[in-house]
Design a protein around this ligand. Structure first.
Ligand code: CA
Length: 224
């Protein structure tokens, strides 16, 4: 059972997040200031942190900075203001793994939480070497891909994109999520590179494999 630490001083938001995560089977702890938040985050009792920026005591950037300076590699999702590009960039440069612009729908946050926890368990435990979704198979050791039993050549970037999609099959991933996971932080948010690469994968795996969810992003279909 994954344990999530929520550092957020607005009760309305923290209880909204806690309620949703609990309903999805997570254990949550909420703290409302940065000093306690930093303490808790370093306790070793948590698998992931959801961190607000404007907090009493220490702000979110300071919490993040001190966590990383203490050697904590805990995945951190920062809650940013939707209209603040500076917030987002500062958070990512400060070592956040992902960000969630406020206001958000719970499903969007949940997708990020799942993605981050899955990536951590990948790094910590034995990797799942063979990914298989519908008719597509990826062998992560040999870097070989097949679709319907037929070999498919993928570039390193295409392979990484396919990997993220298949680890999150059935979930909608936003362009921003795909950009930050596959292309790193060095991206132009206005770029259409994700759409171009999704097009490449569709051509290689078949048009029905990746669905466009209008206004939200893309979903790798499970074929069920
Ligand atoms: Ca706040």
């Amino acid at each position: 059972m994954a344990r999530v630490l929520i550092i957020e001083d607005e009760e309305r938001i923290s209880s909204f997040i806690a309620k949703g995560l609990k309903a999805d089977g997570y254990t949550t702890t909420t703290v409302a200031d940065g000093i306690a938040g930093l303490d808790y985050s370093l306790s070793g009792d948590f698998d992931l942190v959801i961190l607000d920026i404007n907090l009493p005591g220490l702000n979110g950037y300071e919490v993040l900075e001190q966590m990383r300076a203490s050697g904590s590699g805990l995945p951190v999702i920062v809650l940013t203001a939707r209209d603040s590009v500076t917030d987002t960039v500062t958070a990512l440069e400060g070592g956040a793994d992902d960000y969630m612009p406020k206001p958000f729908r719970f499903a969007e946050l949940l997708a990020r939480v799942r993605l981050r926890l899955r990536q951590t368990s990948d790094q910590v435990s034995a990797r799942e070497d063979l990914l298989e979704v519908g008719s597509v198979r990826l062998d992560r050791r040999t870097r070989e891909a097949t679709s319907g039993g037929r070999g498919v050549e993928l570039s390193a970037r295409e392979f990484k994109l396919a990997e993220i999609f298949m680890l999150n099959a059935g979930l909608v991933l936003s362009r921003e999520q795909l950009l930050s996971h596959v292309w790193g932080y060095d991206f132009d948010p206005g770029s259409n590179v994700v759409d171009v690469y999704v097009g490449y994968l569709r051509k290689k795996f078949g048009p029905g494999t990746i669905a466009t969810v209008r206004g939200v992003g893309y979903r790798f279909d499970t074929g069920r």
